[in-house]
Design a protein around this ligand. Structure first.
Ligand SMILES: Nc1ncnc2c1ncn2[C@@H]1O[C@H](COP(=O)(O)OP(=O)(O)OP(=O)(O)O)[C@@H](O)[C@H]1O
Length: 260
């Protein structure tokens, strides 16, 4: 059986004023893949995701999701997408229950189902005790868990996770890794952007490295290892982005800190 293509990007280009951020990105993502989307700060990872989600609308190139060109004005495709943004605005004055049932209803769930799913997922993620508390009182990790839950309430087919484990403790990271694996086994497709290389290395079925607005590597971790001389994903990242000055830069940084 032919593998179903869920996301197809062809020659994507994006400028902010005179600054070119994406210089022709092309990729195809198949159903059930976990794509580790990595690259240096400012490489254009979040910009790619924002364009795909329709948050940024000025771009060149073509993007198809579930076979539909997203520039055709039909936003139906968004109902099947879940998104954890890198930086999120949540309504601090709401309780977890109010926020999650609001999001659930936006996605078309009835209130009882949204409430049941939200409460169950919070309990399973170890934050059930703050379901009725205001989000303003949540710790960083609790907020992050809330965001993860809100992206999943409507059982989406395609997920975009931008630094989703930011602030999660080691046990919660293990749960989240397991959630991603299980979702992928159920046929969900995941686009996972992170700087935490050892998690990306372990969890991704395929890794795409963006550098200077272009794809510098695309393959499984094993393939990337074969194509490069180094062993860990962190080392491959350093090699592909031409970086080996961390000692020198660290020393210079500290010497400026010490100047008085
Ligand atoms: N709204 C904007 N206006 C102008 N420039 C922008 C805007 N958004 C992003 N940029 C620029 O686009 C480039 C890519 O940013 P982007 O947030 O996509 O990077 P990233 O790969 O997600 O980085 P990070 O790893 O730091 O999150 C950066 O140089 C950034 O300054």
């Amino acid at each position: 059986m032919k593998e179903e293509v869920i996301l197809e990007i062809t020659d994507l280009k994006k400028n902010y004023g005179s600054k070119s951020v994406l210089n022709g990105v092309s990729l195809q993502v198949k159903k059930g893949e976990i794509i580790g989307y990595i690259g240096p700060n400012g490489a254009g990872k979040s910009t790619t995701v924002k364009i795909i989600l329709g948050i940024e609308d000025k771009y060149f190139g073509e993007i198809k999701i579930f076979g539909q060109d997203i520039s055709d004005g039909n936003i139906e495709y968004k109902k099947k997408i879940g998104y954890v943004p890198e930086i999120a605005e949540v309504y601090d004055n709401l309780t977890g229950q109010e926020y999650l049932t609001f999001i659930g209803e936006l996605y078309g769930l009835d209130l009882d189902l949204a409430d049941y799913k939200a409460k169950s997922l919070m309990e399973l993620f170890g934050i059930g005790e703050v379901y009725y508390s205001r989000i303003a009182s949540y710790s960083k990790g609790m907020r992050q868990k809330l965001l993860i839950i809100s992206s999943l309430l409507h059982n989406p087919e395609l997920l975009f996770f931008d630094e989703p484990i930011n602030g999660l403790d080691a046990n919660s990271v293990m749960i989240f890794k397991e959630i991603m694996t299980q979702l992928s086994e159920q046929g969900k497709t995941i686009f996972y952007s992170s700087h935490i290389m050892d998690v990306v290395e372990k969890i991704s079925s395929r890794i795409i490295l963006l550098h200077d607005g272009k794809i510098a590597a695309d393959g499984t971790f094993e393939e990337l290892k074969r194509q490069n001389t180094k062993g860990s994903l962190e080392q491959i990242f350093n090699q592909l982005t031409g970086f080996n000055e961390h000692k020198e830069l660290g020393a210079k940084f500290v010497s400026v800190v010490r100047e008085m």
